[in-house]
Design a protein around this ligand. Structure first.
Ligand code: PRP
Length: 215
């Protein structure tokens, strides 16, 4: 059998980038669903996507030639991590931790529980921890201390949001997308009572939504 490339009738593989997709018709559906609950849009979907493009490009440059592991902090970071990872033009591996700090309330408790640990060993790896929001900073501080004991080669943080002036511990965050006032926010992964995570923007809720649980 002749197996030379010249004579095999291989289909041609087109490696050029696909044409841009049209906007998803359902993208804004959650806005409509929660329209009565939202007080104010703090960061629009377009602003978020544009900033993620910038940060993704920075990360691509900073980690070129490395074997980067992204660790997402569940649940809040899942939306951000999905979009960010697709703007990092490098081979990536993924892992997740699930922690709990807030419970059902809107104020941080300072108590961090690991609900799900990593599946990967991180010793000797370049690790980028992806967080949705830094509030008191207690969750991140705990996670960084915990992960450092596992001896990664490098350990940095990429956060979508950082509340200004409320951190209770000093933190070194390499990539911060947005600094926001210390208000309770929902959307783009962030919840109130497990709802609102699927909003494509970050916004505040009308006070009526909280009922007696004033944030
Ligand atoms: C949020 C957020 C951070 C943490 C930040 O998680 O995702 O992990 O709180 O708060 P801190 O800086 O005051 O510690 P949350 O416990 O609400 O869980 P979730 O991501 O599952 O909603």
């Amino acid at each position: 059998m002749d197996t030379s490339l010249e004579t095999r009738n291989e289909p041609t593989v087109d490696l050029s980038p696909p044409p841009p997709s049209p906007p998803l018709p359902t993208l804004n559906a959650p806005v409509t669903i929660h329209a009565d609950d939202i007080e104010r849009v703090l960061i629009s979907a377009d602003e978020i996507q544009s900033k993620i493009g910038e940060v993704g490009a920075r990360i691509t440059g900073d980690y070129a030639g490395t074997d980067l592991l992204l660790i997402g902090v569940l649940k809040g970071a899942f939306v951000f991590m999905a979009d960010l990872s697709r703007r990092i033009r490098l081979p990536l591996e993924f892992d997740f931790m699930a922690v709990s700090s807030y419970g059902a309330a809107t104020q941080t408790s300072g108590v961090v529980r690991i609900l799900k640990d990593l599946e990967h060993e991180i010793a000797g790896r370049d690790v980028l921890l992806v967080e949705d929001i830094i509030d008191s900073g207690l969750t991140l501080s705990y996670l960084l201390k915990n992960l450092r004991t596992r001896r990664p080669k490098s350990l940095e943080v990429c956060a979508l949001l950082k509340k200004t002036g409320v951190q209770q511990v000093p933190l070194d965050i390499r990539y911060t997308c947005f600094e926001i006032p210390p208000e309770f926010v929902v959307g783009y992964g962030l919840d109130y009572g497990e709802r609102f995570r699927n909003l494509s923007f970050v916004g505040t809720l009308r006070p009526e939504v909280y009922g007696d649980a004033v944030p």
